[in-house]
Design a protein. Structure first.
Length: 490
């Protein structure tokens, strides 16, 4: 408890960050929205200048909304609204239809949790109502829950099942999380900001600017994506309130409970249900496997198929094929060191069917395990593609060859953009000046410490600055017991 109070007191005396809200919506955000909406990207940065922004009309329509949350228009809101009204008509109809199919359920859950029902508009703003949406920071589902938020609110998240993709369970988890945040931070608006930014990040922001400040003051010190999320929320409220699309009937379904391990393929073959239909109805089963042998697991079927399942259940389970359950990381077979001439030389002219080679620049603090997880590949593959025989010797600034699925190239390139030549040269030439108000500190290197670890202990200090101040060109040459000069911002 004492250490926690000490931590809070330290945060209270951190200097305020002088940063304004972003005035541009990132291309990645708009591309991700269109991809979630139609599973294809019809947005391009070249077309961004053509987005219509109905400033006066929008402002009037926004003020006319009978809502209570986040009713001070943000700088990005009109731009996002312009983006929405520029969508093809088919995409507009898809977004509205998806929302209308779930809106009544959203309202019932929010009312039960004693939360404003207008929070229902946050789901289309975050995910375009795509149950399979995955964000850049690995948030998932229509509510873009983090792994931790899912686990703490009773969802099952493991290799075979991710209930963040189940819209019914995810909606309850979202309401539970916002309810908890409201108890922690005092208001629904603060609860939503904490949900979007993460509780720790939001608490740190409050420590910098104070607890009784406006939403705009908080947004100025929160990550840019929070401002983008809220702008999308405001724009979506107006858009869905004014775009009229005839409501289509929600497809009716039946639920059956599975008593042993089952693959969608078994159900598809015996009951003549298309695989895509089963995938759409049950997005929480990431490998299309229902682990009925581990727990009572529900499976949604099209209406009228429940009786067929009961009658043909034995036949469904007898359609077992062991190869369907071999859920392992993709293993790529390589020929023995193709075209490799000597130790340290990369594999030459390597091509893998169905995959494209992209470049990734190693950043300070990176390890192969984290990089492999980010790109959904194996550490062994990274080591082979780049002839890394000792993963401890990778260094910041080096570039790795990584093979990703052809249809995910744009996603990974947007997620981890390569630095331009201009920015790279600027970084090399950068001089880390010592601020006048800085306090000089002598730090003795301890076992297990790297420049990255050391920098985190001091306010306003980066690993690169530590190396520069101490004339060190290779971070791996730092020794235990070595004394480093550090200038901490006061």
């Amino acid at each position: 408890m004492k250490s926690y109070l000490k931590y809070l007191l330290l945060l209270l005396f951190l200097p305020a960050v002088s940063r304004s809200q972003p005035d541009t919506i990132s291309d990645f955000t708009l591309q991700n929205f269109t991809r979630n909406l139609s599973e294809k990207n019809f947005y391009s940065s070249e077309s961004a200048q053509e987005l219509a922004v109905a400033d006066v009309v929008f402002a009037d329509e926004f003020k006319a909304l009978d809502k209570t949350l986040f009713m001070q228009e943000l700088p990005l809101t009109q731009k996002f609204y312009g983006f929405l009204i520029s969508l093809p008509e088919s995409e507009k109809e898809l977004l509205v239809t998806r929302f209308l199919n779930e809106a009544n359920y959203f309202e019932s859950v929010l009312k039960k949790a004693n939360l404003p029902i207008e929070l229902k508009y946050l789901a289309p703003a975050l995910s375009a109502m795509n149950t399979k949406a995955v964000g850049a920071d690995k948030r998932a589902g229509i509510w873009q829950l983090t792994h931790l938020q899912g686990i703490l609110n009773g969802l099952l998240v493991n290799r075979l099942v991710d209930e963040r993709f189940d819209p019914v369970k995810a909606t309850r988890a979202f309401a539970d999380q916002v309810q908890k945040n409201k108890g922690l931070f005092g208001s629904v608006e603060n609860a939503v900001l904490a949900y979007l930014a993460g509780n720790v990040t939001f608490r740190n922001a409050q420590a910098r600017v104070g607890q009784n400040v406006s939403t705009n003051d908080l947004l100025a010190v929160l990550p840019d994506r929070v401002s983008e999320n809220l702008a999308a929320y405001q724009a979506v409220m107006v858009f869905l309130d004014h775009v009229k699309v005839p409501k289509t009937a929600t497809p009716k379904t039946d639920t059956v409970f599975v008593r042993q391990k089952l693959h969608f393929q078994q159900v598809s073959q015996v009951l003549n249900i298309p695989m895509n239909t089963l995938k759409e109805l049950n997005p929480q089963y990431t490998y299309f496997i229902v682990p009925g042998d581990e727990r009572r697991s529900g499976l949604l079927l099209p209406a009228g198929k429940k009786d067929d399942y009961v009658i043909w259940e034995d036949s469904v389970f007898n359609a077992f094929d062991s190869t369907l359950f071999e859920v392992v990381a993709q293993r790529i077979e390589y020929s023995p060191a193709p075209n490799r001439q000597y130790l340290g030389e990369k594999v030459k002219d390597l091509e893998i069917e169905g995959k494209t080679k992209i470049k990734y620049t190693i950043k300070t603090g990176d390890v192969l395990g984290f990089i492999a997880e980010d790109f959904d590949v194996r550490v062994a593959d990274l080591k082979y593609w780049n002839n890394i025989y000792n993963e401890r010797k990778i260094r910041a600034g080096a570039r790795l060859d990584i093979f990703v699925d052809d249809d995910k190239v744009d996603y990974y390139r947007n997620l981890f953009p390569e630095p331009t030549a201009t920015s790279t040269n600027a970084a090399v030439a950068k001089v880390y000046a010592i601020p006048e108000s800085a306090k000089k500190i002598e730090h003795v290197v301890k076992s297990g410490e790297s420049p990255y670890v050391i920098a985190k202990k001091y306010e306003g200090v980066t690993p690169e600055a530590i190396l520069y101040w101490n004339g060190i060109s290779d971070a791996r040459k730092i020794q235990i017991g070595q004394k480093l000069t550090i200038y901490e911002t006061q």
